[in-house]
Ligand binder design. Structure first.
Ligand code: ADP
Ligand code: DP6
Ligand code: CO
Length: 357
């Protein structure tokens, strides 16, 4: 028997770190958010997912679709991964129906091999880079003529934050209104080169897997926090408007204030969840105090902290203040925190290296 051809495509996708956070689902099945959110896509030269998708008629149907994540078999039977596969296969099947000369890739088992070069499930947006890469790798394998917006719509169903990693620069995820989620996807607010001196410092406080996943944490918050209602009704809509204006005007002071206030607001709703959820730890709080020390010493706002669902800090600052920010972080935290010297500290440039549509 002739060896069956193996079709293959590889892609990388970057992490994005929200400055106005997504936290809450209004529809868990379609993965629709309770609020819009806004993030900065970081450079792929530091934190990225690399995913290879392949399919072949020689892959045993009995083994089904599979994912090897960081060298370990990972479950793909979850509804959200299945939704991504289903959406992508349906688009490939439509191409095959229109052109019978195309190989029937949509009927073949899929094998995915993925690697994150940064901690997985530790609050550094691995699900964002991970699902963005998964969706793009399969779309490339299937040679789909899909725009970043369309891929964003599919990636959202894998992990909400993933819809923003299909774009570079400054990216908004509009919550949308449609019951079927057809208008809930990301768009680019500004290219990275609009504000090219923006930098992000990643402080890896802990690479351990978080105790409460984002998916489960936000569902507990929606169900039990009163403060959360105030956040989605008032705080986030105001922060979204202020943040878009700050980015358009390259107003770092405003960008920083909204970033820090929104991170504080999000973690306050976690503390208001019953039972409470704590993602930040003592080192995270020391990083917040360090930012305040840096800003006070400078007599202006030169640094802004934000924390996702984990203890790791992301500090945004402008290139000209590198010395003040990076230098002070080493000085302030280096001596004071046990084990700090083993932590990773990285300066990242946001990038537009992914397709921008
Ligand atoms: P994080 O803060 O890292 O985004 P989450 O709790 O949101 O943490 O999501 C972590 C989960 O995302 C992992 O347990 C895994 O299921 C999924 N994930 C992470 N990386 C990848 C990847 N490269 N490919 C596919 N899925 C991934
Ligand atoms: C705190 O996108 O990981 O990082 O949609 O359930 O996969 P799921 O959640 P996920 O949540 C991210 C939460 C956040 C804020 C943000 O990235 O906007
Ligand atoms: Co995540």
């Amino acid at each position: 028997m002739a060896a069956e051809k193996v079709y293959r495509a590889s892609t990388t996708a970057p992490v994005n770190i929200a400055v106005v956070k997504y936290w809450g689902k209004r529809d868990a099945k379609l993965n629709l958010p309770t609020n819009s959110s806004l993030s900065v896509t970081l450079s792929q030269s530091d934190l990225r997912t690399l995913t290879t998708a392949s399919c072949s008629a020689s892959y045993p149907a009995s083994e089904g679709d599979s994912l090897l994540l960081n060298g370990e078999p990972s479950d793909v039977s979850g509804a959200r991964t299945q939704a991504c596969f289903r959406e992508l296969r349906a688009r490939r099947a439509a191409l095959e129906a229109a052109d019978p000369s195309l190989p029937k890739l949509s009927t073949m088992p899929l094998r995915l091999v993925s690697e994150n070069n940064f901690p997985t499930a530790a609050g550094l947006a691995s699900s964002a880079a991970g699902f963005a890469a998964l969706v793009r790798a399969i779309a490339d394998l299937y040679e789909l003529p899909a725009s970043p917006s369309e891929l964003s719509l599919i990636a959202r169903q894998g992990s909400g934050s993933a819809c923003r990693s299909l774009f570079g620069g400054y990216v908004a995820w509009r919550m949308g209104e449609a019951a079927d989620g057809s208008d809930s996807m990301a768009d680019q607010v500004a290219e990275a080169k609009h504000w090219p001196d923006m930098r992000a410092l990643i402080l890896v406080v802990s690479a351990a897997k978080k105790g409460v996943s984002s998916t489960s944490g936000m569902q507990q918050t929606v169900a039990t926090s009163g403060l959360f209602q105030e956040r989605i009704a008032k705080v986030v809509p105001e922060n979204m408007a202020r943040m878009e204006k700050a980015i358009k005007e390259r107003d770092f002071e405003a960008f920083a204030e909204v970033t820090m206030r929104d991170s504080n607001s999000f973690h306050a709703t976690c503390a208001d969840t019953y039972p409470p959820i704590f993602y930040m730890n003592d080192v995270s709080r020391a990083a917040i105090r360090a930012v305040e020390t840096i800003n006070q010493a400078a007599g202006r706002t030169v640094a802004a902290y934000t924390f996702d669902a984990g203890p790791n800090a992301v500090i945004y600052y402008l290139e000209k203040d590198t010395e003040a920010v990076v230098g002070t972080f080493f000085h302030v935290l280096g001596g004071a925190i046990d084990g700090w010297k083993d932590s990773v500290i990285k300066g990242l440039k946001p990038t537009v290296s992914l397709d921008e549509g």
